[in-house]
Write a protein that binds this ligand. Sequence first.
Ligand code: ADP
Length: 806
Amino acid sequence: MSSILLVDDRPENLLALEASLEPLGRRLVSATSGEEALRHLLKEEFAVILLDVQMPGLDGFEVARMIKHREATRHVPILFLTAISKDRTHVFRGYETGAVDYIFKPIDADILRSKVSVFLELHEQRQELGRQEELLRQAQVAELEARSEERYRSLADAMPQIVWTAGPDGVADYVNEGWVAFSGLTLAETAHDGWLITLHPDDLQRTTELWEAALRSGTLFETEYRMRRADGTYRWHLARSLPQRSPDGEVIGWVGTCTDIHDRKRAEDAQVLILEASAVLGTSLDYRRTLAQVAQLAVPRMGDWCAVHVLDDDGSLREIAVVHSNPSKLKFVLELQERYPPDPDAPIGVASVVRTGRSELIPEIADELLVANARDELHLDLIRELALRSWLCVPLTARGRTLGAITFVAAESGRRFDEADLRLAEDLARRAATAIDNAQLYRQAEERAQAARVLASVGDGVFMVDGEDVVRLWNPAAEAITGLGVQSVLGRSAAEAVPGWKQLRPHIPVADAPGPAAPRPETLPLEVSEREIWLSIAGVAIDDGVVYAFRDLTEERKLERMKTDFVATVSHELRTPLAAIYGSAMTVRRRDIELEEDVRLRLLDVIADESNRLAEIVNDLLLASHLDSGELQVSIEQCDPRELAESVLDAARTHLPEAIELSLRAPARLPWVAADHGQLRQVLVNLVENAVKYSPDGGRVELELEPQGAMLRFAVHDPGLGVPENERTRIFEKFYRLDPNMTRGIGGTGLGLYICRELVRRVNGKIWVEPHDGAGSTFVVEIPLADAHPRKRGRRRRKPAARASR
Ligand code: ADP
């Protein structure tokens, strides 16, 4: 109802006004001062104000000005009531301050009522208009809201995400199409925790706790969990739910979304799995152990069970790991695999994957497939027991070779393998295969390194040529025996690198395989670096070439030849004195002829001399054998060289051929030498005897003594046959003779110089031969001086013998 404000300082006037306006049936509010009027105006809205002009305190004009000044009251019509001020300026001032009319006292009640009615009507019409406007606005807002709600819903339905809203208690009151399509649940089935049945059992507890905490605290709920799709497969989602609040902060509902992050999650999981598997594969070269660990990692991430098979050297498939997420099922798996190992001819399965090197993916194993592939009733029962759902098998392939296969099986989880799983499995298998390959390569490299070490340490020469006859291996012994360095041989054709190989090659026996059936090695000569070496050599053919092994028989050959020479010379050497002894003895024994006494004595001399000669030969043989076995004792003492030389020459003179002249050349004073007296004497005897023996045309044989630094030099010069330069070291070898066939008629065993060399060596002396006067030889022996030799205390000094006459 509209109100009218009546302002007059006189209560009787107010009464009159109230009485006049009563019939209008509106609320009348009276005020006796300007201040009171203003107070009422602050509190309520008035349709019209009747304002007395003359009032004590604030007069009407001032009150009017203040009303017009205030925004909320400036349009309220003011009717001035006045008794006196009828003059124009006064009236004008009233209109100026915002009055709409003047009513002069005494007031005519009718006029007053009709004037006020006009303003009342105006006010009420305006009010009505406002009300209608408000209604209209509300209607429009409602329509707008409805429209936007509709828009939001279709937006929510069109979104790929799952969208829902719930009341403050969390009970869903709206779910979008996305949810219905994903879960197959209606709003009614979803509300009141119905959605929880779609959660993966492993995520259920964690999720419910988080959701309840969010409901209690009215804070953001955000987490990741797996939800079961209508087809039974689980997919990872990111769930977010925000509380909606009223202006005063109260939670009035929830808006939630679930975004499918399955592919991202799977890519992340795959990456983690690949990383972990790579780390495991890199830890050890024992690939059987690392592959078992990889199988552990793959379950349950890649499937409910995982098995790894590898090809053995004999071509059979061997399972090296099997892991099941459900331990109670593992025994069925093991039983299945033990009873029904991979069938090599099956069209699908591990064996076929290994055979073809191609992956196999069966997203959904139909029962018909099980029946078709079951080998018997028990097999089928076992497979059914294991609830096979989906199957994936990828080959372990490295450098084009299939080394085995990894199998992933989905069962209880209800998982279905797809192309993404296949790619992940293949990636994993590639890494695993590389690890196996590396381990095998490492093992081979180790074996090769070991073989190389063995080859490097064997005493036999070993080398290998390839199909093109190019040398691919040449061991240190081959290098040592032939003197051909590995650098000069390796990578070159054998014919080019090994001199004489072309001629040798056709004579070398080559077996197809090593073993008792292989032919015996041949002993063949090879001419390298101007020397002849004898090789006992044989070959064995390998895949791409031939491996030859040889042994240096040069020494054995030499020994062999020496033995033959020895037998020839010694038998000759023995036969000559024996023949002389036999002949002489037979003659002395004859009864039929009377021998003259001097003939008989000469014959007996021959027997004695030749027996002596035989004894000398046997002594030489014994001495040589003692030297070889190291049994000969050496006792070093101080010896007088002159005494030695003279005694040797004296002995030689007793049976000197007439054409030979013997002499000694030595300074007056000579230092003594440190040697074994008897042995040094024997050396000098040998050299002087040889000098005489090998000077068949006679001449002068001279023994020369001369100090030479810390040594004393004994030189035996002869005018004889001489020794060719290339034989000067060889004549010191055992049994070596320059003329074994004795074309010059000079006999010998070839032991003398060998004995000399060995005896001289034992007292740290030296012996060699050099030419003498162009034709003959000088045999030189150097023996350390006694002073240079550490003298032992208490050593016996040998007395110088009496000087022999020349
Ligand atoms: P033997 O004299 O019993 O044959 P040796 O060992 O004493 O054996 O000598 C070995 C060979 O050296 C002899 O066969 C001979 O050919 C050669 N030889 C040794 N001494 C001389 C020499 N003074 N002049 C020439 N040749 C010598």
